[in-house]
Design a protein around this ligand. Structure first.
Ligand code: LMR
Length: 330
């Protein structure tokens, strides 16, 4: 074979091999697989692996197996991981405090209220704030309402006095626990079970799905159905990575993200209902339902957080969410 052709072939071969290796999308998250987010991530992988026809490969890392809270955001900005779905309560440390508006107590009555915000202009305007951080927001995924648990029955705001309560890394949640007289302890999700087991913290707040799938009910004697807040997620990607994808492949992945969003959100309500039933059935935790008077006392104790939160979240953003959800702070 004439030398030049041999050289040309030798040059192209590795390129061809390189061109054929799939683009790897590492998707890291901190929860179990049998959760709304876990199912959404797996659905995205299944769809992408099928439709990308070998051009892309999604690797899902659940349960903080790749990055845990406090590491994820740095990793996505460095491009060490391509995709995450952090809780909306975890964007403060990134410098995008506005997402903490979702943590305001009693702001949302349920999923419909949340979707008025996430599926509308507010949701998109919040995503635009991520671009300056080298991140693109792709979708909002639901989990459910926040509930309180501890090794003491929590019926009245006074019951929280002096308790150490684990929270996500949100200043609004910090304000919320202080408003109840508790001492907030921000901690990575992967550390909560052990912290409850060893008494480093006395209690926590989370969705039924997270409490049950992390077995927290096994180390918490009481669970109060308070529905005092919401936990949801923003599915995010590294911007240079996403912008650098071939356009047709990006379109395929955007289609898969839409379908995965439906899977996550369709499972959110169901998974939380089933988790509550499973906690009750386990007999390990006494489940408390608040009376209307008790619920009113919680709301009265927590509504002041909305005013305090204006220290870090633009007042007009909070007001625009009130307009969407019909929430009245008084
Ligand atoms: C938590 O830290 O409690 C949650 O944000 C975990 C999750 O991602 O649902």
């Amino acid at each position: 074979m004439p030398k030049l052709i041999a050289i040309a072939v030798a040059a192209v071969l590795p390129l061809a091999a390189f061109a054929q290796s799939p683009i790897v999308i590492k998707f890291s998250h901190v929860v179990a697989t049998n959760t709304p987010k876990g199912k959404g991530a797996d659905a995205f992988k299944k769809c992408a692996d099928e439709r990308a026809r070998g051009r892309a490969l999604v690797e899902v890392y659940p349960n903080s197996t790749l990055y845990k809270d406090g590491e994820e955001m740095n990793a996505i900005q460095l491009g060490a991981v391509q995709m995450l779905a952090p809780s909306l309560a975890k964007f403060g440390p990134l410098g995008v405090r506005d997402f903490e508006a979702f943590d305001l107590p009693y702001l949302f009555d349920g999923y419909e209220d949340v979707h008025k915000v996430t599926d509308g202009a507010i949701g998109q305007s919040l995503f635009r704030k991520l671009e300056a951080k080298g991140i693109i927001g792709l979708a909002y995924w639901d989990n459910g309402m926040r509930e309180m648990s501890a090794n003491k029955a929590l019926r009245t705001p006074d019951d929280f006095k002096g308790l150490k309560m684990r929270i996500q890394s949100s200043k609004v949640l910090d304000m919320q626990m202080r408003a109840l007289g508790a001492s907030p302890q921000a901690m990575a999700f992967s550390e909560v079970y052990q912290a409850l087991q060893t008494g480093v913290v006395d209690g926590t707040e989370n969705t039924f799905s997270n409490l049950y799938t992390q077995k927290m009910h096994e180390v918490q004697k009481y669970l109060t159905i308070s529905d005092h807040g919401y936990i949801g997620y923003a599915v995010i990607v590294n911007k240079p990575f996403w912008d650098g994808l071939p356009r047709d492949l990006r379109t395929t992945l955007e289609g898969c993200m839409k379908e995965a969003t439906k899977v996550a959100n369709d499972n959110a309500r169901k998974d939380n209902e089933e988790a509550l039933e499973a906690v009750k059935k386990s007999g390990r935790t006494q489940v408390i339902t608040l009376t209307p008077q008790e619920k009113a006392a919680w709301k009265k104790a927590l509504v002041k957080v909305h005013k305090e939160a204006e220290e870090r979240i633009p007042r007009d953003l909070i007001q625009s969410i009130y307009k969407e959800t019909g929430f009245k702070p008084d």
